[in-house]
Ligand binder design. Structure first.
Ligand code: FMN
Length: 368
C-alpha cells in the first residue's frame, strides 16, 4: 500500500516531469580529486539515488577561485565535464533527473585552497567568523579581498562558462546556489556587503550581482531549467542582515518575475532549530513566490506529505535521509524503516558511508 500518497503524485516543474516529490538535496561529500574532478565512485553514488524525483548535485565550484573546502568538485575543466557526464549518463540510464548546483564560496575559503595562495573574493574585505576544511583540517576562513568591478565581470564569465559546461556534461538544469552564506548571499546581506558602488547599499544594488548571474546563465539555460536556492534565516557561515524580511521579500519578488523553474528554500539548516518567528518569516516569504516551491530542512515523510497536501510546498528535498537511504522514495512509499546517517563519514573519505548504505533487500526490513 502506498503511504504518504501526496509524495508520489507526479508533477511538472518547469520543463521537467517529476515522477515523485521526494527530491535529493545538494550534499557536499568532499570526495572529488584534488583538481575538482569527480572520482569514479560518484557514479554509483548518484545512480543509487536515481529514484529521487530529482537529484540536486553537491555544490560544485564554477572556477578555481570558487572553491572553499578540500576535495569538492568543479565544473570548469574538460576533465570535470567528462567525469560529470558519466554521472549524468548513469542517472539518466537509471530513469532519473539531475540538476547541478553552481557554487562560488566567496569568503568561505582559505588561501591554501586557492590558486597561488590568493585571498578569497567577497563583496567586502570582511573575514567570516567561520571555519573551512583544508589539508590541515578545520581552519579559520581567510580575510577576503573586496571584488573589483573587473573581478565581478570575470566571475560572471566563470558562471557562464560553468553553466555551459553543465550543459555539455548532460545535466537537466542548474541550481544557482545563493544560500548558506556563500558568495551570492554575501552580496545580498548587509553583514558582509559594505560596498558603496552599484553592488552595495540599497537592496536593489545588493541584488544586482545575483541578477547578473541569472542573466549570464540565462544565455545558456532557459528559465524553466534554472532554479535558485535561498536561506533567508541566515543560519550558516556567519551571514547576517539587518532586515532579512525586506531583503528576501525583494529577492523573491525579483526571482518570481523571472519565471524560474522553482525556488528552493532552506527552512532549517542542520544544527539550527527555527523558532516560531523564523517559521512565520518563512511562511510570509513563501507566499510571495507564485511558482514551484521546494521546501527543505528537517522534513520527514509525514511532514513533507502534509506540506504538499496543504499546498505549502510542491516538493521537498531531503539531505541527511538521502545520504543514508539510497532508496528513500520507496522506503517512504511503503513506510519502511530508515537507515541512520553516519555523520563521521559525511565529509571526505572513501566508499564507506558513501555507496555502502544498504537498500531494502530483505522483506523483514520493510516493516517500520
Ligand atoms: C553533509 C552535508 C552536506 C551539505 N552540502 C550542501 C551543499 O553542497 N549545498 C547546499 O546548498 N546545501 C548543503 N547542505 C545542506 C542540505 O542541502 C540541507 O539543506 C540540510 O541537510 C537540511 O536538510 P535535511 O534536514 O533533509 O538534511 C549539506 C548538508 C549536509 C548534512
Amino acid at each position: 500500500m502506498t503511504q504518504n500518497a501526496a509524495l508520489f503524485s507526479p508533477v511538472q516543474m518547469g520543463a521537467l516531469d517529476l515522477p515523485n516529490r521526494v527530491l535529493m538535496a545538494p550534499l557536499t561529500r568532499n570526495r572529488a580529486q584534488g583538481d575538482g574532478t569527480p572520482k569514479a565512485m560518484a557514479v554509483p553514488y548518484y545512480r543509487q539515488r536515481a529514484s529521487a524525483g530529482l537529484i540536486f548535485t553537491e555544490a560544485t565550484q564554477i572556477s578555481a577561485m570558487g572553491k572553499g573546502y578540500l576535495d569538492t568538485p568543479g565544473i570548469y575543466t574538460e576533465a570535470q565535464v567528462t567525469a560529470w557526464k558519466k554521472v549524468t549518463d548513469a542517472i539518466h540510464a537509471a530513469g532519473g533527473r539531475v540538476f547541478l548546483q553552481l557554487w562560488h564560496v566567496g569568503r568561505i575559503s582559505h588561501s591554501s585552497l586557492l590558486p597561488d595562495g590568493r585571498a578569497p573574493l567577497s563583496a567586502s574585505a570582511i573575514r567570516a567568523d567561520a571555519q573551512t576544511f583544508t589539508a590541515n583540517g578545520f581552519e579559520d576562513c581567510s580575510t577576503p579581498d573586496a571584488m573589483t568591478e573587473v573581478q565581478i565581470t570575470q566571475t560572471l564569465a566563470e558562471y557562464r562558462h560553468a553553466a555551459k559546461s553543465a550543459k555539455e556534461a548532460g545535466f537537466d538544469g542548474i541550481e544557482v546556489h545563493a544560500a548558506n552564506g556563500y558568495l551570492l548571499d554575501q552580496f545580498l546581506q548587509d553583514g558582509s556587503n559594505h560596498r558603496d558602488d552599484a553592488y552595495g547599499g540599497s537592496i536593489e544594488n545588493r541584488m544586482r550581482f545575483l541578477q547578473e548571474v541569472l542573466d549570464v546563465v540565462g544565455e545558456i539555460w532557459s528559465p524553466d531549467r534554472t532554479g535558485v536556492r535561498l536561506s533567508p534565516l541566515g543560519q550558516a557561515n556567519d551571514i547576517s542582515d539587518t532586515d532579512p524580511e525586506t531583503l528576501f521579500a525583494a529577492v523573491i519578488e525579483m526571482l518570481d518575475s523571472r519565471k524560474l523553474a522553482y525556488l528552493h528554500m532552506v527552512e532549517a539548516f542542520p544544527g539550527s532549530t527555527p523558532n516560531d518567528d523564523d517559521s512565520a518569516l518563512i511562511d510570509r516569504l513563501r507566499q510571495l513566490w507564485s511558482g514551484f516551491y521546494i521546501a527543505n530542512g528537517g522534513y520527514e515523510a509525514q511532514s513533507a506529505s502534509d506540506a504538499i497536501t496543504s499546498g505549502t510546498a510542491d516538493a521537498v528535498t531531503f539531505g541527511r535521509p538521502f545520504i543514508a537511504n539510497p532508496d528513500l522514495p520507496e522506503r517512504f512509499r511503503i513506510g519502511a524503516k530508515l537507515n541512520e546517517p553516519d555523520a563521521d563519514t559525511f565529509y571526505g573519505g572513501d566508499e564507506t558511508g558513501y555507496t555502502d548504505y544498504p537498500f531494502m533487500d530483505h522483506p523483514a526490513d520493510k516493516v517500520a
